[in-house]
Design a protein around this ligand. Structure first.
Ligand code: ATP
Ligand code: MG
Length: 371
């Protein structure tokens, strides 16, 4: 990946511009961790970058000016976020600068960034450029803002969540100023869109240290500003959907599939997760999420599930054709009623799932509907 990244900045440099790898990739490289996309900072403008790369797609998210001055280039299957050196003027609404302007020097650009660990660069020859001492903070495992913390968070309150995200995912500590600043600026989080906040929260919740992240959110008393209720309900920190299900928020947006799961987990949360009928109806995943959050041992739930005599309707050992033949009827809605009864009886252990037993039962109990 590094080889392709160096190749990429060389292409920009060969066109007469300066270009550096910055942000997550350099940070992760120094920590010997894997990265997935690469941020590039350059004095070439987005238009000039588009001229260099034919495969450039310009990012223009609807209603989102956050990515102004930045283009996304897919080069050799790697996503490069290319941003032009810039300085930002006075921030409005705790998120957006009133104006940005392009500058020609790297250091000015690095100073407008959030944390020292994110302001380390690598040039085309693999040299590390680190005027803000980010490497030292990586060594000491410290998250430190570049500007004074309070001003930094007031300018852009999303940085509060980014600070927590990096602290949690990298397992670092906050510089003490960050804690003081978060306490003073946390109300500005309300001005940040739920969409942006969710991106950071997802990363916190999906991390192996999600528990620590949630504890920090509680310690810093950010529940109200983030509109995160029910954090105390969470017992299981291993599943993102499980965590969001316990929070059960109306403010954050989810996909239809996520919404369905969250709803089901909450329904099942109120039920007995070892009840065969509940396990059958809602499936293993939903029962595990709800069950673990209630303190039920995961293995017990898995065992109860694997002991189910049937896991779906197709496991019932009598076909629609056999039923129709037996009752001398054409297939229609009555089949549903029969299957529902059979499911119930089999799951509660009142009826064995054997073809002849089921046929005998049907004949005895449904003969009045036979044609
Ligand atoms: P990741 O590993 O998640 O990509 P990252 O540090 O690369 O982490 P990005 O969101 O990709 O984070 O941003 C790239 C870089 O842009 C950051 O490293 C940081 O230098 C700068 N940056 C991003 N968001 C902000 C912000 N809200 N305020 C200041 N600088 C920011
Ligand atoms: Mg990045």
């Amino acid at each position: 990946m590094k080889k392709i990244a160096l190749e990429f900045i060389n292409l920009i440099e060969n066109s007469g511009y300066k270009a550096y790898i910055v942000g997550g990739f350099v940070r992760d490289f120094l920590m010997k961790k894997e990265s997935y996309d690469i941020d590039i900072t350059t004095n070439a403008t987005p238009k000039e970058i588009q001229k260099i790369f034919s495969s450039v797609t310009v990012k223009r998210p609807i209603n989102d000016e956050d990515n102004y001055g930045s283009v996304r280039v897919v080069y050799k299957n790697i996503i490069f976020e290319v941003t032009t050196f810039r300085k930002e003027l006075e921030y409005l609404d705790n998120r957006h600068p009133s104006r940005i302007f392009y500058v020609d020097d790297l250091e000015t650009d690095l100073k407008r960034r959030d944390f020292t660990i994110n302001a380390i660069c690598m040039d085309k020859n693999s040299n590390i450029i680190d005027p803000l001492q980010g490497k030292l903070d990586i060594q000491n495992k410290i998250i430190r803002t570049i500007a004074p913390s309070e001003a930094s968070f007031k300018d852009d309150a999303l940085r509060i969540l980014r600070a927590i995200r990096f602290m949690v995912t990298l397992n670092f500590k906050f510089h003490p100023d960050i804690i003081i600043a978060i306490k003073k600026t946390k109300q500005y989080l309300k001005n940040i869109s739920y969409e942006r906040k969710k991106i950071e929260l997802d990363k916190i919740f999906a991390s192996p240290y999600a528990k620590r992240g949630i504890e920090i959110i509680k310690e810093l008393e950010l529940e109200e500003a983030l509109d995160l209720k029910n954090l105390d309900r969470i017992q299981d920190y291993t599943d993102l959907i499980g965590i969001w299900a316990m929070i059960n928020s109306d403010s954050y947006r989810f996909t239809r599939h996520e919404k369905e799961l969250i709803k089901k987990v909450n329904i099942v949360y109120e039920m007995d997760n070892l009840d065969p009928k509940v396990l059958y109806k809602y499936g293993l995943y939903v029962n595990i999420l709800a069950g673990i959050n209630k303190g039920i041992n995961k293995k017990r739930i898995i065992k109860a599930y694997s002991n189910l005599p049937i896991k779906s309707k197709s496991d019932i050992k009598v076909t629609a054709k056999e039923i129709c033949h037996l009752l001398n009827k054409q297939p229609s809605y009555f089949l549903q009623d029969i299957y529902r009864q059979l499911e119930d009886l089999i799951l509660t252990g009142k009826l064995e799932n054997e073809n002849d037993i089921l046929l005998t039962y049907i004949q005895k109990n449904f003969k009045e509907i036979s044609g």
